[in-house]
Design a protein around this ligand. Sequence first.
Ligand SMILES: [Zn+2]
Length: 215
Amino acid sequence: MSKASDLWISFSSTILDTVYPPKCALCRSLSKSNPCIQCIAEMEAADPVFSYWKDGPVDFRATIYRYPGRAGQAVRRLKYNRATSLAPFMAYAIAGAIVDEGLEFDLAAPIPIHWTRLASRGFNQADVLAERLPNRAACLRRSRATRPQAGLSTDERLKNLEGAFEVIRDVEGKRILLIDDVVTSGKTARECAKVLKLRGALEVGVMAFCGDPLD
Ligand SMILES: [Zn+2]
């Protein structure tokens, strides 16, 4: 990059900071960090962060924050308002929690979105959140578009996801850590784990930025 363009970038960002001072993407208060310190403090830690599922193909799930409040708002702003300025904080939170919890895995696999949604949103939030992880690898493809799970009955949700994912790499004997922005009912993770295990995955867990506590 030339010196002139360096200068222009630093000049224009100074102007932009003056005209549009950096604001927290959640509460809109002036803040150099995103989200601001106050909003991070308001995020409610999941308790426990790490829990086992005794049934189904998912061996464990870990969520850092509870969905209600600021953490859920961060997920929605990232996904629906493209507030990508929140992504570094969220990606570091996931990477840090994995170290804190001592989670071991061979492949970190972001849960994919369908290409039509990727085209309209411009990014897959799970990809962005997995950015800081070692052994990040796409293991699945969303082979067909699905309706949003929210607002569907339990039966409809299961049908909606059936056959939606396809394994696209060798996972035989591997421990897979699925990464997503939010886990609520866990049906998406279960469907992913089901197809991965059919292809010989040894263990499948899921780590999400936030989620609801298990009933
Ligand atoms: Zn804030």
